[in-house]
Write a protein that binds this ligand. Structure first.
Ligand code: HEM
Length: 495
């Protein structure tokens, strides 16, 4: 046998020198085979999963009506990364900023697909048109809508004991986006076209709920689906209600003489058909209206609880008006550090989109000790994430605007910056980051300063808004219905 081996070895075989070399080579081969197998395959640990999963349906029945509350509690019990079984689908939720960054930004090439993907390659075109450099074109229109919003809030307060502000905020955000997108406006909240559109948006959000998509999670429900026609209902909604309405808005927008987004996207190199434009604008309107109305609703509800914060913000706004003889816009935020901090802190304290949007993993990813497999859906628990004590050391559970006073970077820059420079996560992650962030920032700023320059926000006769509870509305987390009084300031500098 020895002769046989010798025959295979090089001509001058020296046993004493060769053996250590063979040993080293074998050791290296062994170590690298270990490395390869640990990085490719076996997770070192199972991702923790809450015990309340049932066979077949998994956690679908355990999430209840307030999934974000339940998932936040599971994180507290099980740690920053947890597995949730949504019937046949596996979801992973992350509630730690650093881990989320690692998974969704550093590994973004593997974790940025959408569970459904048409829009992902078309919305980047719309993104150009709502980028920071383009927003200035729209600021006068946003200011105009904000002024009308405050008129309505004051008028209703004079007539009634308090205003439920959501419909007015929705009107503000819809009119803003419609002016930008199609160059058209609605006349009042009673305008039949406006009612029709809010109905359309609400119906769309309803169909995006799990109950209309049970067959995706639980294949057995394709039978149920066959009988109840849930998917057929969605198809008919899209074909007969949503698409014709949006096709009409697109056509009207193309015919208008002033600058608007439809015209911008219709010319140049984009090469979008009318059907493409219909889908893109449906998504922009869907993503850019409720989010703004919900964010401002939280802001107002929080302000009712913090009259001192309102006074401080009003002083800052008044100082600006005295020296500039106009209301500030988002471009003046350096001169209004407190107002800008209040806006950021409201969004940190009460995130608008509690799980971000789901990201689909299309290649296995190793995250620390865990393997996240292809096909997994990733969500981020924004509430816990934005109260992480390492990231927000000063009273993370409390409303404390001062934490942002030394950070006046636009939210747009913060979301696209380095991890260490991020100050909040409300607009998501990496390649899928919200393309509407600059517009959102301009709208929220305009709404906030317009209201406080002319009114103080006070509790209604019924009592304080409940800011601890919430309800889910489609993808958003909104305050429980509440009223507030918008009492005109006798010392307002805006006439
Ligand atoms: C306060 C307001 C807003 C918040 C909190 C918000 C938040 C988000 C988040 C968390 C995402 C998902 C990011 C990810 O996947 O990591 C997103 C996506 C998106 N947002 Fe926003 N957004 C807001 C306003 C807007 C506005 C005003 C527009 C449009 C004009 C807009 C358009 C979009 C679009 C088109 C997407 C992509 C949807 C997709 O990938 O399917 N958003 N937004």
């Amino acid at each position: 046998m020895e002769t046989y081996y010798k025959a295979l070895l090089p001509y001058k075989f020296e046993k004493e020198k060769a053996l250590p070399a063979i040993a080293v080579t074998l050791a290296i081969l062994y170590a690298s085979s270990k490395l390869i197998s640990s990085s490719n395959k076996k997770p070192l640990k199972e991702i923790p999963m809450h015990r309340s999963a049932y066979p077949y349906v998994g956690h679908l029945l355990s999430l209840g009506k307030l999934p974000s509350k339940v998932i936040a509690e599971w994180h507290k019990e099980l740690g920053p990364i947890i597995k949730i079984k949504m019937g046949a689908q596996t979801w992973v939720s992350i509630d730690n900023p650093r881990l989320a960054h690692q998974l969704l930004v550093i590994n973004g090439s593997k974790t940025s697909s959408k569970p459904e993907s048409y829009f992902s390659h078309t919305y980047s075109m719309g993104e150009n048109a709502i980028s920071p450099s383009q927003i200035n074109i729209y600021i006068p229109s946003i200011e105009n809508q904000a002024r009308k919003l405050v008129d309505r809030l004051i008028e209703t307060t004079k007539k009634e004991s308090g205003v439920h502000p959501f419909t007015d905020l929705e009107f503000f955000s819809i009119n803003t986006i419609f002016a930008i997108a199609f160059g058209r406006k609605f006349e009042s909240v009673d305008d039949p076209d406006f009612k029709d559109l809010t109905g359309l948006i609400e119906e769309g959000l309803e169909y995006s709920g799990i109950e209309y998509d049970l067959a995706t999670y639980l294949p057995i429900f394709s039978i149920y689906d066959f009988f109840t026609g849930a998917r057929a209902k969605i198809r008919s909604f899209v074909k007969e209600r949503r698409n014709p309405s949006f096709r009409k808005f697109v056509k009207e927008g193309l015919q208008r003489s002033d600058h608007n987004l439809v015209k911008y996207l219709n010319k140049g190199d984009f090469d979008l058909s009318e059907d493409d434009l219909t889908v893109v604008f449906n998504d922009i309107v869907g993503a850019g209206t409720d989010t703004i109305a919900v964010t401002l609703s939280w802001n107002i509800a929080i302000m009712v609880h913090h009259p001192q914060v309102q006074l401080k913000a009003q002083e800052e706004i008044d100082r600006f008006i005295k020296s500039n003889d106009r209301l500030p816009t988002i471009n003046d935020k350096e001169e209004l550090p407190y107002c800008f901090s209040v806006i950021k802190e409201s969004m940190r304290y009460k995130p608008t989109v509690p799980f971000g949007l789901p990201h689909l993993v299309d290649k296995d990813v190793q995250l620390g000790e865990y393997l996240i497999e292809k096909g997994t859906v990733i969500i981020t628990d924004m509430t816990n994430l934005q109260r992480n004590p390492e990231f927000y050391p000063d009273m993370p559970e409390s409303f404390f605007p001062e934490r942002f006073m030394n950070n006046l970077k636009p939210m747009q820059a913060a979301v696209n910056g380095k991890f260490e420079e991020r100050d909040h996560f409300s607009f998501g992650w990496g390649r899928r980051i919200c393309p509407g962030v600059s517009l959102a920032e301009a709208e929220i700023f305009a709404g906030f300063v317009s209201i406080l320059s002319r009114c103080s926000i006070m509790p209604p006769d019924e009592g304080m808004p409940d800011i601890n509870g919430f309800i889910h509305g489609g993808l958003t987390m909104m305050p429980l219905p509440f009223k507030a009084k918008f009492v005109e300031r006798s010392d307002s500098l805006i006439k």
